[in-house]
Ligand binder design. Structure first.
Ligand SMILES: Nc1nc2c(ncn2[C@@H]2O[C@H](COP(=O)(O)OP(=O)(O)OP(=O)(O)O)[C@@H](O)[C@H]2O)c(=O)[nH]1
Ligand SMILES: [Mg+2]
Ligand SMILES: [Zn+2]
Length: 291
């Protein structure tokens, strides 16, 4: 039997075979081989004599995100909010870079536009070459375009805890009825209302995937990219790469750096460049740990 993992909780996986959802455990050998099934994996199942089921094999993945852990994604929907919590552009740019490195399409959703004007941040990402959806889950505005976009695709919603991922998903598909959190006045953010990544089938095909939000402390852990590939993960840098004076250019204010010239000419947004600078340091540190 074959199916797709909708979610994994406490060592159990819930596999949709098309006509039923079966609770199963992974084969013991997976652990030894360091293989971990994740939500979105296509798997084959073995049904034991006592009617329990095990995941026998994991099919080759089209792609996989480590944080949040999910496989075979068509699109990463990066959700930020204008307030409670305020946007952390370093995190946004890190997630976008990770998506680029895995060749996963990404779009930006700016939520809570009822609390502050989102145009400025929206413009940063449109200039970088991303599609931006400015929405308010509270006032139910701007969501039709997003609904059209996600329809039929496997879309993973990610972003800080409390930005409104589950609230938005409830509006895209009211039958979901996902739990949403109260924003703590004191912390100005939510408290991890969503606990695990879950795939929700769409009527039109594809899945909407709700995930637990990350906290601001995880940039280091998010960045599974090498320093060499990092410049290619900032899509607005691409036209300039290969045209710097030195082939070894890391685009950190070297002489004759085409990326820095583009920055000075206003073709690259300062906040994006700043994220690049910080991420380069982080990827260098991360890679020296593993080397
Ligand atoms: N003002 C305002 N509040 C919103 C909006 N969208 C969501 N909220 C509130 O923000 C809080 C967090 O929303 P959730 O949907 O639980 O956020 P989440 O991203 O799923 O959070 P985690 O599951 O913890 O990652 C809730 O109190 C929502 O009512 C919005 O557009 N405007
Ligand atoms: Mg949630
Ligand atoms: Zn350069």
């Amino acid at each position: 039997m074959e199916g797709i993992i909708l979610k994994g909780i406490g060592g159990f996986y819930y596999v949709d075979t098309g006509d039923q959802v079966i609770e199963c455990k992974p084969r013991g050998i997976f652990r030894k081989q360091g293989q971990i099934p994740v939500a979105g994996d296509y798997v084959t199942l073995l049904i034991n004599a006592d009617n329990t089921a095990v995941i026998e094999s994991i099919k080759e993945r089209k792609n996989m995100l480590v944080r949040p852990p999910v496989a075979n994604v068509d699109c990463l929907v990066m959700v930020i909010s204008m307030a409670q919590p305020v946007p952390n552009l370093q995190i946004v740019d890190t997630m976008l870079a990770v998506a680029e490195s895995k060749d996963i399409e990404a779009v930006i959703v700016i939520n809570k536009s009822d609390l502050a004007n989102a145009d400025e941040i929206g413009a940063i990402y449109e200039k970088a070459g991303y599609t931006v959806y400015i929405v308010s889950a509270k006032e139910n505005t701007g969501l039709q375009e997003l609904k059209d976009y996600v329809s039929g695709k496997v879309c993973v919603f990610t972003g800080n805890t409390g930005v409104g991922k589950s609230s938005i998903l409830n509006l895209l598909d009211p039958s979901l009825d996902l739990k949403t959190g109260e924003t703590s006045q004191k912390l100005g953010r939510g408290r991890h209302t969503t606990r695990t990544s879950i795939l929700y089938p769409q009527k039109e095909g594809g899945y909407l995937i709700d995930t637990p939000g990350f906290s601001s402390l995880t940039v280091e852990k998010l960045a599974d990219i090498t320093p060499e590939e990092l410049p290619y993960c900032f899509r607005e840098f691409e036209p300039f790469l290969g045209t710097c004076k030195f082939t070894s250019c890391q685009h950190i204010h070297e002489k004759g750096c085409a990326v820095c010239e583009a920055l000075e000419m206003g073709k690259i947004e300062p906040s994006r460049y700043e994220s690049y600078e910080n991420l380069l340091e982080i990827t260098k540190k991360n890679n020296s740990i593993y080397n």
